[in-house]
Ligand binder design. Structure first.
Ligand SMILES: Nc1nc2c(c(=O)[nH]1)N[C@H]1C(S)=C(S)[C@@H](COP(=O)(O)OP(=O)(O)OC[C@H]3O[C@@H](n4cnc5c(N)ncnc54)[C@H](O)[C@@H]3O)O[C@H]1N2
Ligand code: MOO
Length: 402
């Protein structure tokens, strides 16, 4: 199979990726879940005109000059409305959140009053409408305030509660199973033998998967045998994974068995090898409802491919806009001409005093270097065959998650 352009590979990965089924969860559990349907307010907020202050509700015309003396006809507290009309020369004691009684069109704060026996003297002129929150000033019943596809923030939960929804329709979380491959891998904290490598890439990938709102299933490390790799693929199916992510064994070496194992299990391969750097040997295929993303083993390659393909796939399954936003920055250093592979260069971001973003690619771009991946805040995207570019010229960037 020929190297596929990145945009074609992304289209193939996202082809037919429909949002998963919806489920209803309580408000607290809905944090960072993706709303499955537009959410309309079930009530008007505030339902009636309410006082924003503790004070006196009155007719502004009765107290438009200082020292007006009004008769106190009763008290209105939050949740305890008052059924009388405030007539001329009258006032009602009112507290914050109290329903403004009929007849009253202003509230004077209590600091601007002097209480006298059964009366109150208003020391500052009243202003019509002052300290009153009109009915529906926040929202009206039926208004759609939260759209389908929105990832719910902490503030959204309070808004939904205020709209009177005790539970919200959200998308089921995609199940993402991660299977590492490689005889050489040992777990962090162990004492690696000669030539052994500490397993690392699954940690970033699982954290990324979870932060994208999917469920990460760790299938551990498969040895470089067809049987072990096939067994891992079967475990992903048994776990009803929506996505199987494999790492390593994607290249052309004698021990790179992932493609062979996937095909043996009946995975229909859509592509193998992309015209990009890092990440060239990435592959993609499908087996019934399970989508497979075979990532290269080099830790930077696996992470960059996950940002470019896995994140958009998860977002599509959640009904979100798949693409991560791209921005423009200025190059912080000169770059040579690019070859036939689209380049994703780890870069550090700085902001000039005038707000201009400067993206400086780190000098070492080898795909095994996790140190400079961790220090980078963005990827600079260089199209295939881009001519050389000097410092200060514009470039496209993709910010890495914090
Ligand atoms: N003759 C060719 N050789 C290679 C090509 C090629 O086109 N022709 N492509 C290179 C590119 S580009 C990449 S990327 C790598 C990807 O190879 P694999 O996907 O087969 O990955 P492995 O060989 O299994 O591992 C590569 C490297 O990464 C380490 N690794 C693997 N998994 C993990 C893990 N979970 N945590 C930490 N480190 C891991 C592994 O030990 C290797 O050092 O192929 C090139 N070769
Ligand atoms: O594509 Mo590989 O990911 O360059 O190292």
């Amino acid at each position: 199979m020929a190297l596929m352009p990145v945009s074609d590979a992304l289209s193939a990965v996202l082809a037919g990726a429909e949002p998963l089924a919806e489920e209803k969860v309580g408000l607290d559990a809905a944090f960072h879940r993706v709303l499955a349907r537009d959410l309309a307010a079930l009530r008007t907020q505030p339902p009636e005109a309410m006082s924003a202050m503790d004070g006196y509700a009155l007719r502004a015309a009765d107290a438009d000059k200082p020292k007006a003396r009004l008769k106190v006809i009763g008290e209105v507290a939050a949740g305890r409305p008052f059924d009388r009309v405030v007539g001329p020369g009258e006032t009602a004691r009112i507290f914050t959140g109290g329903v403004v009684p009929e007849g009253a069109d202003a509230v004077v704060i209590q600091e601007d009053t002097i209480a006298e026996d059964g009366h109150v003297v208003i020391t500052e002129p009243a202003i019509k409408g002052r300290h009153i929150r009109p009915a529906g000033v926040d929202f009206h019943q039926g208004m759609v305030l939260l759209q389908a596809g929105r990832r719910l923030s902490d503030r959204d939960l309070s808004l939904a509660a205020s709209m009177n929804h005790p539970a919200l329709p959200v998308r089921r979380r995609p199940k993402v199973a991660l299977l590492a491959t490689g005889d050489e891998l040992v777990m962090p904290g162990s004492t690696p033998g000669p030539g052994q490598i500490v397993y690392s890439n699954g940690y970033a990938l699982r954290a990324l998967v979870r932060s994208e709102g999917a469920e990460a299933i760790d299938l551990g490390i498969a040895a470089d045998t067809l049987e072990a790799t096939v067994a891992g693929i079967r475990r992903a199916r048994e776990a009803a994974a929506d996505i199987l992510v494999t790492t390593g064994g994607a290249s052309v070496g004698d021990h790179d068995l992932v493609k062979q194992a996937l095909e043996a299990e009946g995975v229909e391969m859509a592509f193998w090898k992309i015209a990009m750097r890092p990440g060239k040997p990435m592959m993609h295929g499908r087996l019934a409802g399970m989508r497979v993303i075979g990532l290269p083993g080099n830790p930077v390659s696996s992470y960059v491919c996950a940002i470019l393909f896995l994140v958009p796939l998860i977002r599509s399954l959640l009904g979100r806009e798949p693409q991560l936003p791209r921005e423009t920055a200025l190059l912080g250093r000169d770059l040579g001409a690019n070859d036939s592979r689209e380049d994703y260069l780890r870069a550090q971001l700085d902001k000039r005093a005038d707000g201009t973003l400067i993206a400086t690619p780190v000098t070492q771009q080898d795909s095994s270097l996790l140190g400079n991946l961790a220090l980078s805040q963005a990827l600079v995207i260089r199209p295939a065959f881009a001519p050389k570019a000097s410092a200060g010229s514009p470039c496209e960037i993709l910010r890495l998650p914090l």
